[in-house]
Design a binder for this molecule. Sequence first.
Ligand code: NDP
Ligand code: MG
Length: 398
Amino acid sequence: MTQSVCILGVTGSIGQSTLKVLAQHPDKYSIYAITAHSRIQKLVEICKQFKPKRVVVPDEHIDQLRQLLLQAGLADIDILSGTTGLVSVAQDEAVDVVMAAIVGAAGLLPTLAAVKAGKRVLLANKEALVMSGNIMMQAARDHQALLLPVDSEHNAIFQSLPSNYLTLENTGQPQLGVSRILLTASGGPFLDYPLEQLSEVTPQQACKHPNWSMGQKISVDSATLMNKGLELIEASHLFSISEHFVTVVVHPQSIIHSMVQYIDGSTLAQMGNPDMCTPIAHALAWPDRLQTHVPALDLFTHTHLDFREPDTNKFPALNLARQAMRAGGLSPCILNAANEIAVDAFLKLQIKFTVIPEVIEHVLNHVQNDTAVNIEQVLETDMIARQIAHQYVNQIRG
Ligand code: NDP
Ligand code: MG
């Protein structure tokens, strides 16, 4: 029997890497449902190769997709649309594994639906967890979902922790002899850029990551270090540990993907060539292992591994995220919404790179924080934070 897989965000960078891993193991996995947002032609090519049963696109692309599938002789593929369609495939009874690889808040409801349906959920869409925090984690416990990290750092931490760590009660304290998590960061493309020149960097420069090839939004997040801020929050939730026990370590080579320290003085690290197929394969097969095309690490070609502290003066986004996590409640949701709007405005050349953290700080100071009791409240706060962020961006643009 093969495992039936749903890939939310199949046309993106993580979606493509997931297909690459799955294509190597047709005896173990079959693709049941896939979703796309704007790259419809690419979706059709994927349909030709993998023949899914169901696809989801936004309402406005249904006619075009139907036409293209008909021409390709694939008229029997079921077409669904919008958030309802995404939620429907994520919780579909026929699905065993859901890859949550939509970027940003748009992935929240389908990811939560997969968790509530008790699936094995491979979490790439960190924004969904940052926004919903305890609600998502509690849903995973209530519905016996396996919420497994695909983010390379969190996957590395998961691999370096005791194997039953994910099932522990949330105490906020490190448990089972763990003392600290070391979350590694590449530092992004502007690691050694002078602060004075940072305001003039372009979206093209920001999206050129030294070690990883990723979607635009996460590439800009890596450049501002907000990606590490979101990951700090993600780690706190996934591993039930206060942010205070998570130290960010800049490691420009991206060979060590993160570490866990223990009370006896041990530090365990997961290492490998920077390729997302490794954490994807790990989360797919855990506790087993899957063959990938990723070559074993050749340490004779990586003779230097460097480590340094992050420069939070140059990259204030990291501290904003830490403060938001400390404040708790809906603060991480507000932070995430403001960041999504600010990154989008930067990509559209509406604001400068250095204004991104300014927008986030403004929104954090102007949206009421509260304890989130349900997902409707999370969505409402997300919407308000986006409005305030838009207003601020428009004000700056004059
Ligand atoms: P991409 O931008 O490459 O892909 C995003 C995917 O989401 C695409 O399939 C896109 O569809 C779809 N999408 C975009 N907007 C919407 C929307 N409003 N509704 C439904 N679907 C939408 O991003 P990545 O693959 O790089 O990242 C995906 C997630 O994984 C992000 O949360 C990121 O932080 C996380 N991640 C990524 C890593 C990486 O190496 N890329 C590493 C670790 C985490 P379309 O392309 O058709 O428009
Ligand atoms: Mg990461």
